[in-house]
Design a binder for this molecule. Structure first.
Ligand code: OOG
Ligand code: NI
Length: 464
């Protein structure tokens, strides 16, 4: 078989993302409402803002907008994490970034599986925030061992999925027919199971330790716990949610409202209470479990290391001023503090560029193209931008934010968890369990920016 018979990993990813969305709509009807609301608000936002429409069109982002979503799963063992990594690799998704959630009282550490290159992201930006439960953070040794042995017995992948992963690794790809079969088989790993593998008393013990522990240990597999569409205006979404019968979390996570959005802003609504049958329950008897929730996000510019340090500094300062976790009762104070501190984060493209805070795509303007070939040899990028021969278009942030993720976890798990775990962060252990190092997001954005600059200068006939 020649490689020309293989479909691209990006096509498999797009197919999987669509299949996941259809499955989740079926499992959680409220997700359908969420999708409609986001589509309505995106349309209204684009109608009201011609410049935004033009920018997204130029950046070839309009096409991917309706396709755009991320999901999240939580796995229980290093072996599961390792195989999940192989499964995502079939779809061209690789682990980017390390997120330690234990300082925020969530006993997991995480990475995000996603496509790496801008051409692939354009086909499908689908990503999955993937957390590994840290059993070593369960305090009670007996319960810890019980959890370990329950997890050791489960197999979250179908035999056919495992076979197709191995085949893809051996052959270097999948044919269209095998890819379709792979998508159907892979989907099974992420589906919801209303039947728990543990008894109601085991569930209670796990749940009393931490809700998240019960969510991972008591079920047959890592059900997808949310699927998040991308909005162009999260402030509108937040205020429109009650009209659609949805109660949002108290505050939007991430940076405040800006003219030029940066990073990631997210809101979510509480987990659903779902019926579950525990192993000891006879026909009819039922318990319940809350895990799955809804989330919406707005993606802004990827920031440089320097931009990220400034973001973290301003976020920490606003939170320190607030003196407690953002919640219902202090939501408006929090918003004011965020707005005040973020005045220090420039909000014009010129200043963001001059201060090296954001990664950009560089687009030759029609004026610049008309002059192509006639620029002086050493014309600098700054001059090209100043003269209007090159325009700046921020590169979209494709990743996640640890403080935001902790806020999303907490608002959906409810209160009653540990306030923080004191164990050290453990990226090396995570990577050895995953079987590979996580990729540095900064490098990916820097490479994309560099490729964009090279294309732009070439189009203008300016030597790099
Ligand atoms: C993941 C929570 C984090 C995000 O978008 O930051 C997250 C989870 O609850 O498993 O989804
Ligand atoms: Ni999420």
């Amino acid at each position: 078989m020649t490689s020309t018979n293989f479909v691209s990993p990006s096509q498999i990813r797009a197919q999987f993302s669509a299949a996941m969305s259809a499955m989740y709509k079926d499992e959680v009807p409220l997700y359908g409402t969420l999708m409609e609301m986001v589509a309505d608000i995106n349309q209204a936002t684009l109608q009201a803002d011609q410049a935004l429409y033009h920018n997204l069109q130029q950046a070839q982002e309009l096409e991917r907008l309706d396709e755009e979503r991320h999901g999240a799963i939580r796995v229980g063992t290093p072996e599961e994490l390792h195989t999940i990594g192989r499964l995502f690799a079939v779809m061209g998704m690789h682990p980017v970034g390390y997120y330690d959630l234990s300082p925020a009282g969530v006993p997991v550490h995480s990475t995000a599986f996603r496509a790496l290159h801008e051409d692939e992201l354009r086909v499908s930006p689908f990503r999955v925030f993937t957390s590994l439960l840290r059993l070593e953070l369960i305090e009670d040794p007996e319960l810890r061992e019980e959890a370990r042995s329950i997890l050791a017995k489960r197999q979250i992948f179908s035999p056919e999925a495992l076979r197709l992963i191995a085949q893809c690794e051996a052959d270097g790809g999948l044919t269209e027919e095998d890819a379709t079969r792979f998508v159907a088989e892979a989907l099974k790993t992420f589906s919801w199971h209303g039947e728990s593998t543990v008894s109601s008393s085991q569930y209670k013990d796990l749940h009393d330790q931490h809700r998240l522990i019960a969510d991972v240990v008591a079920f047959k597999g890592p059900h997808i716990n949310h699927l998040t569409p991308r909005t162009l205006n999260i402030d509108s979404v937040q205020s429109a949610m009650p009209k659609y019968g949805i109660t949002p979390k108290a505050v939007i996570e991430g940076p405040p409202t800006r003219k030029h959005p940066i990073l990631l802003r997210q809101t979510s609504f509480k987990a659903l209470n779902e019926p579950v049958r525990f192993a000891d329950q006879q026909n009819g008897a039922q318990g319940s479990h809350t895990a799955r929730f809804g989330e919406i996000e707005q993606r802004g510019a990827a920031v440089t290391q320097k931009g990220r340090e400034l973001y973290d500094q301003l976020l920490n300062a606003a939170r320190a001023d607030l003196g407690e976790a953002p919640a219902e009762h202090n939501a408006s104070t929090y918003t004011q503090l965020m707005n005040k501190h973020f005045e220090q984060f420039p909000d014009t493209l010129e200043q963001l560029f001059k201060n090296d805070l954001v990664y950009f795509n560089y687009l030759p303007t029609s004026q610049g193209l008309a002059k192509a070939g006639s620029f002086a040899a050493q014309t600098s990028l700054e001059t090209l931008i100043e003269n209007g021969d090159v325009s700046l278009s921020p590169i979209v942030y494709e990743d996640f934010l640890p403080v935001s993720a902790a806020g999303i976890f907490q608002s959906n798990l409810g209160d009653g968890g540990n306030s923080s775990y004191t164990q050290l962060s453990n990226q090396e252990i995570f990577e050895s369990q995953l079987g590979q190092a996580v990729i540095d997001e900064q490098q990916l954005y820097a490479q994309t920016a560099k490729r964009s600059l090279a294309h732009c200068l070439q189009a203008l006939g300016v030597a790099a």
